[in-house]
Write a protein that binds this ligand. Structure first.
Ligand SMILES: [Fe+2]
Length: 322
């Protein structure tokens, strides 16, 4: 049966509506949709705010119209990308991160992250960078991150895009939570020195075994060291620390430090672990014909367990469109 309505996150609607106005509906039952905003309604933002205040997270538009709006938005983004200077929206004073972002653009699109989510994540990354700059301690860390080898900053940026897309698939989150996840994404490997160290996902792996003793110790300790380093209220406090501390707690042999069970993991931690693991795996592999869906599906056995199941389903929706 042809899909008649498209579900829209209420936070995305303003941006889409300004791109190309459309009728907006609310869902009242399985197949009952009622129009609440007309395409030519100039006061649409007031109505949207009212619904947001009432706790409505999703509204709907006609599916055909949605496709039309998206392709118009994609065209705009493509046009912008053609301009070499606008290939990234990351402040160019962060030249390392800005270069990494340019190298990632194509991959992020090929993975299946929608233009709207790309834009939203870019805004969140920029907001995080700007806020960090205001704090003397964090500013130093930011400069450090900007000078890290390409793999470390690319992995941080890619984790941000994945985890924001994944939690967008769920109904529970807020902008504040997303900001914490972006912060943890960017700084998860701040204490590592080399690409080789950052390519390790598990201690039971060839990537880990081939490291020298110093690097092995650093890799084993970097979740803890990173969490200590970002100890600052400006960084989102203990939740960000916990995300960094747990980012290698993959529920298979070699996940480390091994203090968290798959059965008591929080949804926020599990999404972050999955996004971080997938980002490293996808960046490391030569992905044939950009088939990131196969990479995501290959993690099925690792993450179809306990508290990881829901986050893994969200990853499949983002990457494999299932
Ligand atoms: Fe790491």
């Amino acid at each position: 049966m042809k899909k008649e309505y498209a579900k829209l996150n209420i936070d995305d609607i303003s941006e889409l509506f300004k791109e190309e106005p459309f009728d907006i509906f609310i869902r009242l039952g399985d197949s009952k949709f009622v129009k609440i905003i007309n395409f030519n309604d100039n006061a649409f933002e007031v109505t949207l705010e009212n619904y947001q205040r009432r706790g409505v997270n999703y509204l709907y538009c006609k599916y055909d119209k949605y496709q039309q709006v998206l392709s118009s938005l994609e065209r705009k983004i493509d046009d912008a990308l053609e301009d070499a200077n606008s290939a990234t929206s990351i402040d160019e004073s962060f030249s390392g991160l800005s270069n990494s972002m340019m190298g990632l653009k194509g991959m992020i699109t090929n993975i299946g992250i929608t233009p709207v989510t790309q834009k939203k994540t870019e805004n969140l990354v920029n907001a995080t960078l700007k806020e960090s700059e205001k704090d003397t301690k964090l500013e130093v860390l930011l400069e450090l991150l900007d000078q890290k080898p390409g793999f470390i900053s690319k992995q941080g940026l890619l984790t941000s895009y994945l985890v924001v897309s994944m939690i967008d698939e769920m109904d529970w989150t807020t902008e504040a939570v997303k900001k914490k996840l972006v912060t943890a994404s960017l700084f998860q490997n701040i204490t590592l020195d080399t690409d080789e160290q950052a390519m390790v996902t598990l201690t039971a792996s060839e990537d880990f075994n081939k490291l020298d003793d110093y690097s092995k110790d650093l890799v084993k300790n970097h979740p803890h060291l990173g969490a200590e380093l970002v100890h600052s209220p400006g960084f989102g406090g203990e939740e960000v620390q916990k995300l960094i501390k747990n980012h290698h707690e993959v529920p298979v042999m070699g996940g480390f430090p091994g203090r968290v069970s798959a059965h008591n993991i929080s949804i926020m931690d599990s999404c972050f672990i999955i996004a971080s693991h997938f980002a490293t795996t996808a960046l490391k592999k030569e992905v044939i014909r950009n088939n990131y869906a196969i990479v995501a599906q290959s993690l099925n056995e690792d993450f179809s367990v306990g508290g990881f199941k829901r986050g893994y389903q969200a990853l499949l929706k983002v990457v494999a469109n299932r």
